[in-house]
Design a protein. Structure first.
Length: 210
């Protein structure tokens, strides 16, 4: 079933880019960066293969991808900054997030937000979702913009270049990236599970106040 879903998404991506050109790249990468996991490992290598055929320019493909990433990231950022922030401030205790942890996230993004966003934009899975917590922490918009663009450009250029070199065989990249997706996704699930376990254990150990 997963293979069928990926095949359907790949067909949608290919049709959109084939019909809309650079605008299709912007659109697909914007969707991918708005916390909707379209595979950039399909979008950019396919676009790179069209560079090999003479339809696209490699640098413009990478720029289009980075601009799309930024636009989609703005959506996730502002959802996090307003709706997400408000929700966690009011109902965070129901999902085991305490007010002081929001303050800790604010401090983290204030000190380390720029390198965190930059590096995250080049990591499978993580890159799709980093904008939302940056928005919740209300990271300053200008550094968020600059480092999102910079990291996204490098990621998009690397994938497009790989697609350009492989030409019609660009789909051969897929299995390699899916291994990274699975490994990172598994690490995130394990990390979330350990965090949840420690949180529940800590709550049980806290003496009740009558």
């Amino acid at each position: 079933m997963i293979d069928r879903l990926l095949s359907g998404l790949s067909a949608l991506i290919i049709a959109s880019i084939s019909a809309l050109g650079y605008g299709g790249i912007v659109l697909m990468m914007a969707i991918e960066s708005a916390c909707i996991p379209l595979p950039s490992e399909v979008i950019m290598p396919f676009s790179g293969s069209l560079v090999a055929s003479g339809r696209f320019n490699l640098n413009l493909v990478a720029i289009a991808g980075a601009v799309g990433c930024l636009l989609g990231s703005y959506v996730a950022y502002f959802v996090g900054a307003y709706g997400g922030r408000r929700f966690l401030e009011r109902y965070g205790r129901w999902v085991l997030i305490a007010p002081h942890e929001l303050a800790a996230a604010d401090r983290f993004f204030d000190c380390w937000g720029s390198p965190a966003v930059f590096l995250s934009r080049m990591l499978p899975v993580v890159r799709t979702f980093i904008a939302f917590p940056a928005g919740v922490a209300r990271m300053r918009l200008m550094p968020f913009t600059v480092y999102t663009l910079a990291g996204s450009y490098i990621w998009c250029l690397a994938l497009a270049y790989a697609g350009f070199k492989l030409g019609q065989h660009w789909k051969e990249l897929g299995p390699y990236f899916h291994r990274f997706d699975t490994a990172i996704g598994l690490l995130l699930v394990i990390g979330a599970g350990l965090l949840l376990y420690n949180r529940i254990k800590g709550m049980r150990a806290t003496p009740r106040q009558d």
